[in-house]
Design a protein around this ligand. Structure first.
Ligand code: 26R
Length: 823
């Protein structure tokens, strides 16, 4: 072509090709003839980065120049997954890069699949943070993500002989071209030492934190582009590095070698993501990670602030800091410490600034997940912070007395410090007392925290509590992962839905449009076949694409009740064996999910699912009727394959235990029918799609309470339901594991002698009935796909754009930024 190439920023295929070739040669010292796929992938990403840099710099410059209020989202987890597709969708350069790859001899899909997931999270909380970054950029909010650049993300899961085994997730082995290290942005983070009182010039008592040890936090930035709006926000991930100034001159050779070897000890802080989901384990390294994140982030926020403003008393006017769960709640005492010890403010002024700047999101009511750091550990690691926490608590307890009078039990419940054998700091209480807004993540969840775990606090500070129902980004969870459906929708109603998801309501009218409905159902079939090919290729299983694809994917946890679906699978097996000639609606049940490495019961569930799967899949009588699979190593990328292919979405937690769920939203958007309990956001999904378009079963929160109060006995349910009893007996007696018949006794004991805390048996009969409804509906394809379409059309509320707008308006005080960003 005669057009002049603009190698670094040209948006045409020829410029992009030239840039890829230039990166191969000048960034990677290879060329198109000798490069391997990984190198080609790297050059592609570097070429994408070139096309982000101007917008990235301009966006940040504009925020500075206009003194825009900045929103800091602090999170120990960002489960962002792959970035290439997302960047290209947002830049609107998918076709150009596809063509460029093709012209250079590569298949785009093949290159895309080189990328390792950035799996810096456990599950819902981390993925939510990633969706929020996408929405903040798309809305044009000055949003900044702050987290840790773990060398190892969530472990890789393999299955050996049916058991989960864990392998390190070495995602950075070949580096990542998405992260830019910023040597100019580095802060010391201090630990240990002691708090020393002194009197300042004005005669005030003050404290210095002395004799500390320190590590450095080094900034690594990942660009977060908005959807086709020229905005590129920043995700800053801190990497721990050792202090540079080791005094090596006094060392002999042995000490020198040891000193260099010890560098690695400092770097251990950002080595690995803790793989616990909802179980608090009070390890010092984890506490170090949390303070490492908080300290470096606050230093960065305040340095940036001081470059643009001169009075820290205006901090809440220009800065909002959101803590993702209690994990970053040391921000409360750390900001107090900075304002008092380093900036010289008095307590009251510091407190006012701190509370008005910070807010905190609660993501679970499970008591075992609440962080309680031993006072002894804090005293050792962060003595000045502990001292401040004690002072916060003292002043707070006085307020409690003022508010409620002498109510010792209430004071004990509300105290930030819990006394007893092992005094500890209740991080949730600290978060409520030290911030101006506390939010739950779905309407039901917010009601529950007000009535249960935070009841006393709600009575004292009702205006502090607010609901922000979770959401998901429609860019990744429809436009990217389900291109055929996205294209069909756009051809019918235009593409405004990508940023205004409620516009999907326009599809409501299409239920009677036969031609449209044919296309809609064909796409589901096509997605099922695409998934089948993927599963064949990656797992070796042959999925029956004529069957209902019935999918449960999420962390393995007792309260999520994977066991209930496993029991249903076994019961179906028994039914088909006993009624070989009876008609059945074919089903393919698919599980995926990781168990925390220390969670024995969850790991046993995986083994059980695999044993039941083996039984089913190896029995010729099941052919064409029933299949069951556990897909190992669940990830964001695997979810992107599974969700568009799902017919049925399993959302079957014990009512009151799933704070929100976000997978439920992704499935509904992609036209799967939910079978679920009235828990978390399922309640709101039902309100949106209508009662006829979701299959709800089982105990409600009130029902659960009532049943427990009146004396639940799982034995009664076991004896009352023959099919259920048969399966439990089979599990107990080794039917699924003949070589080790007692293997699953931990499971059956917890169901029977342990009285089934999660009420699997209580809900099972209703669940089995609901599954019959699924079969009946699926047998009438026209009706089935109407229901499916109503799901796609009516879940616009669950766009994370809506969630973020609500945070912006009710918590962050930056609603003025919303309309600008939308253009
Ligand atoms: C510190 C440790 C005990 C811990 C690790 C991880 C505590 C909590 C978590 C993560 C949690 C609680 C989590 O992921 N919660 C989920 O948050 C989602 C987003 O709000 C919800 O959709 C989901 O229901 C909830 O379980």
């Amino acid at each position: 072509t005669s057009k002049k190439l603009n190698v670094k920023t040209g948006m045409d295929t020829e410029s992009i090709k030239a840039d890829i070739l230039s990166h191969l040669r000048y960034s990677l010292a290879t060329d198109i003839e000798t490069a391997n796929k990984k190198e080609f992938y790297k050059s592609v990403v570097l070429s994408v980065m070139d096309r982000l840099h101007d917008s990235w710099l301009n966006t940040q410059k504009e925020y500075r120049e206009k003194k825009t209020k900045k929103i800091y989202y602090i999170s120990m987890e960002f489960l962002i997954g792959r970035l290439l597709d997302n960047a290209l969708v947002n830049l609107n350069l998918e076709q150009e890069f596809r063509d460029a790859c093709k012209d250079l001899g590569y298949d785009y899909e093949e290159i895309r699949d080189i990328e390792n997931d950035a799996a810096l999270g456990n599950g819902g909380l981390g993925r939510l943070a990633a969706c929020f970054l996408d929405s903040m950029a798309t809305l044009g909010l000055a949003g900044f993500g702050y987290g840790i650049k773990y060398d190892y993300g969530i472990f890789k899961q393999k299955i050996h002989d049916g058991y989960q085994i864990e392998r390190p997730d070495d995602w950075l082995r070949f580096g990542t071209p998405w992260a830019t290290t910023r040597p100019s942005v580095m802060y010391p983070v201090r630990f240990y030492g002691r708090s020393v009182p002194y009197t300042d010039e004005d005669g005030h008592l003050r404290f210095k934190w002395e004799n500390t040890q320190h590590v450095y936090a080094l900034a690594n930035d990942i660009p977060m582009p908005g959807f086709r709006n020229g905005v590129v926000n920043n995700l800053r991930l801190w990497k721990a590095t050792s202090p540079k100034s080791l005094d090596l001159t006094s060392f002999n050779q042995g000490e020198y070698i040891n000193a260099v070897r010890d560098i690695e000890l400092h770097e251990n802080i950002s080595r690995v993501l803790y793989p616990n989901d909802k179980i608090f384990v009070g390890q010092e390294l984890r506490l170090k990670q949390e303070y490492f994140l908080v300290s470096s982030t606050l230093q960065d926020i305040l340095r940036e602030y001081k470059q643009q403003h001169d009075d820290l008393r205006d901090l809440p006017k220009y800065v909002a800091i959101q803590c993702n769960d209690t994990h970053p709640n040391l921000a409360v005492p750390d900001l107090m410490r900075i304002l008092m010890d380093e900036e010289g403010f008095d307590w009251e002024t510091s407190w006012d600034i701190t509370v008005k700047t910070l807010s905190y999101t609660n993501h679970t009511v499970l008591p075992e997940a609440l962080e309680k750091w031993p006072v002894s550990m804090l005293r050792n690691l962060l003595p000045r912070h502990l001292q401040i926490i004690y002072e916060i608590n003292k002043r707070f307890i006085n307020k409690v007395h003022e508010h409620f009078g002498d109510d010792v039990n209430r004071v004990r419940r509300m105290s930030i410090i819990s006394e007893g054998e092992q005094p500890s700091v209740q991080m949730a209480n600290l978060g409520i007392v030290g911030t101006h807004k506390v939010n739950g993540v779905a309407a039901l969840h917010t009601d529950l925290i007000k009535k249960t775990i935070f009841r006393d606090f709600f009575e004292m500070y009702p205006e502090r509590f607010t609901n922000k129902t979770n959401g998901i980004t429609p860019r990744r969870w429809l436009k990217q992962c389900n291109k055929p459906l996205a294209d069909l929708i756009t051809s019918e109603i235009g593409d405004s839905w990508i940023t205004h998801l409620s516009d999907l309501r326009k599809l409501d009218d299409k239920v009677n449009d036969k031609k449209f409905m044919k296309k809609y159902s064909d796409i589901k079939q096509q997605n099922k076949e695409r998934l089948a090919a993927y599963v064949k290729e990656n797992y070796g299983f042959e999925l029956n694409t004529k069957a209902i694809f019935d999918i449960q994917i999420k962390r393995i946890h007792e309260y999520k009740r994977q066991l209930m679906l496993a029991i249903y699978a076994a019961a179906q097996y028994n039914y088909i064996k006993a009624n070989p000639d009876a008609p059945v609606v074919p089903r393919t049940i698919i599980f995926a999910g990781k168990a925390a490495p220390g969670y024995a019961m969850a790991k046993m569930f995986i083994k059980l699912i695999n044993s039941i799967s083996d039984k089913i899949n190896n029995d010729p009588d099941m052919e064409g009727k029933l299949q069951c699979f556990f897909l190992d190593n669940y990830s964001v990328t695997l979810a992107e394959q599974l969700i568009p292919a799902a017919d049925v979405s399993e959302q079957i937690s014990t009512a009151g235990m799933e704070a929100s769920g976000t997978g439920n939203m992704k499935f509904a958007l992609n036209g799967a029918v939910t079978i679920g309990t009235l828990d978390g956001a399922n309640v709101e999904i039902k309100e949106e799609v209508g009662d006829e378009n979701i299959i709800i079963f089982g105990l409600t929160v009130e029902g659960v309470e009532e049943l427990r109060r009146s004396g639940y006995s799982s034995w009664e349910y076991y004896n009352a339901d023959k099919a259920l009893k048969q399966v439990i007996d089979q599990i107990r007696d080794g039917f699924f594991e003949p070589d080790h018949p007692s293997l699953f006794h931990t499971i059956t004991n917890s169901l029977l002698d342990g009285n089934d805390y999660f009420l699997v048996l209580a809900d099972y009969p209703a669940y089995a009935e609901a599954q019959k409804e699924v079969d009946a509906l699926y047998s009438k394809p026209d009706e089935w796909f109407k229901v499916a379409l109503y799901n796609t059309a009516r879940v616009g509320k669950f766009s994370s754009d809506r969630t973020i707008s609500d945070y912006a308006t009710d918590i962050w005080g930056c609603e003025d930024q919303l309309n600008k960003g939308r253009e």
